[in-house]
Design a protein around this ligand. Structure first.
Ligand code: HEC
Length: 422
């Protein structure tokens, strides 16, 4: 026991590693997609995709399958999800996914944009500027050259497939080949098809370009920083636009008037998605956190991974309970409860790794060669699950603050109801 304690102390005093907030993803959230059934999907540089019951603040599944950063997500008509990554693969997931996708499409190089079209058509933009189009997932696709740098945005429109590229071009893909719709003097970072047939385009010089269905162009300035993400409310009346390292603006459509800037924690963000009712906007943060905002007022509704404190047992270590809010979206403390992304933590101290019956662990955790106690848990969150249990589906989480880690461990020991501090 003594050497355990000294190991724990050594770990606790090992000093700051990476200061990472624990909010779900282990790095910036690169892409978000609202799914047909009201769920939300998020994808990160940490290679994970998380499916959320956004209203309940609960993560339902972690899909860890891509071998590199996940760069794009698109909702499928059947309630499923398409994901694409720097690993050059596109995965099609059913609405209730298992550990592997239902279908995999090979792109041959990093995928930089994804779009779902009518009749199950799928388009993928590639790093070298070319385009892949599958009329349906069962057919083959040949890359078609177009942009001279990475293809950053893709959208099916009534006129055809349109792409935006690093080369500043907006291309309409016709049967005879790509035709330029506009040429901007800075890279284009994102593209959105609007419900009225128009297009919104985000440029690296901060220009927001609105092109109506007749080809009429309106230019607005979102600031000096590059625009990186766009989302439109389902009724097409509000556009959200985020700048790299900066703010999120809400703009009226079709006029393109700045309504308000979001003001609150969790900025800057990398990705945006509106809820189906258009009342809330979800943002995917640089800090790995997913947050909700009231569209009408621009005020924060809080991080998705932090439900009300009332759901925590009474009389437990308060600081640890606060730290645990980052885990709460994926882990229940009790064995009873709704299915969540991670296994329940009841009886954690003294429990063998990977031993909750009925939970589908990754092969690494299923090996069960670690017993959870203060020392092994401290190690898990100091070096990080990716180092201690390589191949785990738990997103990268590290606690660099020794006092936070100690508080979390005390809380877990109290609240998971097993073993006693010796
Ligand atoms: C986004 C979801 C998510 C978050 C946030 C998360 N985890 Fe996990 N956790 C998982 C998943 C998924 C697994 C199972 C991984 C596997 O099978 O590889 C897991 C596994 C674990 C295990 C091993 C359990 C066992 O039965 O062996 C522990 C312990 C754990 N998590 C603790 C935590 C703590 C403490 C936090 C907060 C600091 C946290 N997790 C945050 C998803 C999450």
């Amino acid at each position: 026991m003594l050497h355990r304690l000294s190991l724990l102390l050594a770990l606790l005093l090992a000093g700051p590693a990476l200061a990472q907030p624990l909010l779900g993803h282990g790095g910036p959230i690169r892409a978000l997609a609202s799914l047909a059934d009201g769920r939300l999907a998020s994808a990160g540089f940490d290679q994970a995709i998380i499916l959320w019951q956004a209203e309940a603040g609960r993560a339902e599944r972690v899909l860890r399958w891509h071998g590199e950063a996940v760069t794009a997500l698109a909702a499928l008509a059947d309630g499923g999800l398409a994901s694409a990554g720097e690993d050059g693969r596109i995965a099609l997931w059913p609405a209730a996914p298992g550990p592997a996708p239902a279908r995999v499409l090979a792109a041959g190089q990093p995928v930089t944009a994804l779009a779902v079209g009518p009749g199950g058509a799928l388009g993928a933009g590639l790093r070298d500027g070319s385009l892949l189009v599958w009329p349906n997932p069962a057919t083959a696709a040949q890359p078609q050259p177009g942009h001279t740098g990475p293809l950053h945005g893709l959208a099916f429109t009534p006129a055809g497939l349109v792409s935006a590229g690093y080369d500043g071009q907006l291309l309409l893909w016709e049967a005879a080949g790509p035709r330029p719709l506009l040429r901007h003097d800075a890279p284009l970072n994102a593209l959105l098809a609007l419900p009225d047939g128009g297009l919104a385009v985000a440029a690296a010089d901060g220009a927001l370009l609105l092109r109506d269905a007749d080809g009429q162009l309106t230019r607005r300035e979102a600031g000096a920083r590059p625009l990186i993400a766009l989302a439109a409310s389902p009724d097409g009346r509000v556009l959200a636009a985020a700048t790299l390292g900066g703010s999120v603006g809400l703009w009226s459509l079709p006029a393109g008037r700045l309504l308000r800037l979001l003001d609150g924690p969790g900025l800057p963000v990398w990705s945006l998605a509106f809820a189906a009712d258009g009342q809330r906007l979800w943002t995917g943060g640089q800090d790995g956190g997913l947050r909700g905002w009231a569209v009408a007022s621009g005020t924060p509704l809080g991080p998705l991974a932090a439900p009300a404190e009332a759901t925590l047992p009474a009389g437990v270590e308060a600081e640890g309970a606060r730290v645990f809010r980052a885990c709460q979206a994926c882990h229940a403390l009790a064995a009873s409860g709704p299915p969540m992304a991670g296994p329940h933590l009841s009886g954690l101290f003294g429990r063998r790794m990977g031993s909750v019956a009925g939970y589908a662990y990754s092969p690494r955790l299923a090996q069960g060669d670690i017993t959870w106690d203060a020392a092994s848990l401290a190690d898990l969150f100091t070096r990080g699950p990716d180092v201690v249990t390589p191949g785990t589906r738990m997103p990268v989480q590290r606690l660099s603050e020794p006092t936070e880690l100690a508080a979390l461990l005390r809380f877990l020991e109290q609240a998971t109801g097993a073993g006693r501090v010796q």
